[in-house]
Design a binder for this molecule. Structure first.
Ligand code: OSB
Ligand code: MG
Length: 389
């Protein structure tokens, strides 16, 4: 297929409850959706950047701007004459999706902006796979039809409210709880939730860079709670302090913000800074790089799990497909739509029942396998769509 136009749609979707982390509190998800129009049909991608540059340097307004000014014009120019793309080598992760594989190289001239690039690549991948009649799961090499789901629980106003929220999620069947922590909200909530879940419950924490090297003894004192992992306690650039913590505690250290691509993942693993990896495709510039991170971790015997960024059904569908790969051995932050939104822009993701309690089904329709509701995209628009052609 040939890329004919790239559309940007900014929407605001209210969250069912505020989501508070060490870097801020959100009550709506401001999402940037990308629709790619090709001569063989359309595809949708979701940018994972947040409203503000707090989790990462990228944010929705910046992503929209860089796409409009640099990325979309370059991609459209690269495809203007219906240029043919060299088929990726056999065994390469992008064999079979030459159009999506051409996106990364065409946009590499722009430094960084992985979330913006990833959104475009995801839309192109969706369009290309739809044209082929292939699902993302099939294209990625999914080995399961259902994936285990965890839930990321924000910082609560009180301990009592936290325990109520966690109790609700456990009743809904979630297989793992992740608590957001920050200095002053760590040992006490972790102890309380461990008590609530019992010794066997899968529990982990995420600090979103809120600690410093001085906190190593405090973080090591979480060891008795039998956590699955401690996620990103220190700054994005600070591999060294993560390695120090890893040698000072029993709980596995897991990097999120620091993992920019397969090369940084391998480097952090080799330096002993991470023994589990949170794969967030949007943060790594797209699903094709996420597949490379998965493969690299698997070759090093490092378990991975699929992170989340409060995605709508568009990003969620692709994340669930990715989480069906063999290296994803821990439950992901791939929660049901209802954990975030009363209404989703696609058909909602609903947790399974019976043997599939606490799981989501991997979509098997072409592309992401979900249908975007144009009416809701229009209704929830926070800015007029931008069409680049
Ligand atoms: O650090 O994993 C994170 C949400 C927004 C930004 C960063 C993070 C998160 C989450 C929520 O933890 C995961 C989800 O349920 O989508
Ligand atoms: Mg995280």
């Amino acid at each position: 297929p040939r890329i004919e136009a790239i559309e940007l749609h900014r929407i605001e979707v209210p969250l069912v409850r505020p989501f508070e982390t060490s870097f801020g509190r959100e009550t709506v998800r401001e999402a940037l959706l990308v629709r790619v129009r090709t001569d063989a049909g359309d595809g949708w991608g979701e940018c994972v950047a947040g409203r503000d540059p707090f989790y990462s340097a990228e944010y929705v307004g910046g992503a929209a701007s860089v796409i409009e000014r640099y990325l979309a014009p370059a991609l459209l120019a690269a495809h203007a004459v219906g240029a043919s793309h060299p088929a990726p080598a056999d065994g390469d992760r992008s064999a079979g999706v030459p159009l999506a594989a051409s996106v990364g190289p065409a946009l590499a001239f722009v430094a960084g902006h992985r979330m913006a690039k990833g959104a475009i690549e995801a839309a192109v991948l969706d369009a290309e796979l739809r044209a082929q009649g292939r699902s993302m799961g099939a294209a990625f090499g999914a080995v399961r039809d259902w994936v285990d789901c965890g839930v990321s629980v924000g910082i609560a106003p009180t301990l009592e409210e936290l325990l109520d929220e966690v109790t609700g999620y456990l009743e809904q069947g979630y297989r793992r709880i992740k608590l957001k922590i920050k200095p002053g909200w760590d040992l006490v909530p972790v102890a309380a939730v461990r008590e609530l879940m019992g010794p066997g419950g899968l529990l982990q924490v995420d600090a979103n860079t809120a600690y410093t090297a001085d906190d190593i003894p405090l973080l090591a004192s979480l060891d008795p709670f039998g956590l699955l992992l401690i996620e990103q306690p220190f700054a994005e650039e600070d591999i060294a302090t993560h390695a120090l913590l890893a040698s000072a505690c029993e709980t596995p250290v897991c990097l999120d913000e620091s993992i920019l691509d397969a090369a940084t993942a391998v480097d952090a693993i080799e330096r002993g800074a991470t023994s589990v990896v949170n794969i967030k495709p949007g943060r790594m510039g797209g699903y094709l790089e996420a597949l490379r991170v998965h493969d690299a971790c698997r070759a090093l015997d490092v378990p991975v799990w699929c992170g989340g960024m409060l995605e709508t059904g568009i990003g969620r569908a692709a994340n669930v497909a990715l989480a069906a790969l063999p290296g994803f051995v821990l439950p992901g932050d791939t929660s049901a739509s209802s954990r975030y939104y009363a209404d989703d822009v696609t058909e909602p993701f609903v947790l399974g029942e019976g043997e599939h309690r606490g799981q989501l089904r991997v979509p098997d329709g072409p592309g992401t396998g979900v249908t975007v509701r144009d009416d809701l995209v229009r209704q929830w628009a926070s800015a007029p769509p931008v069409v680049l052609a």
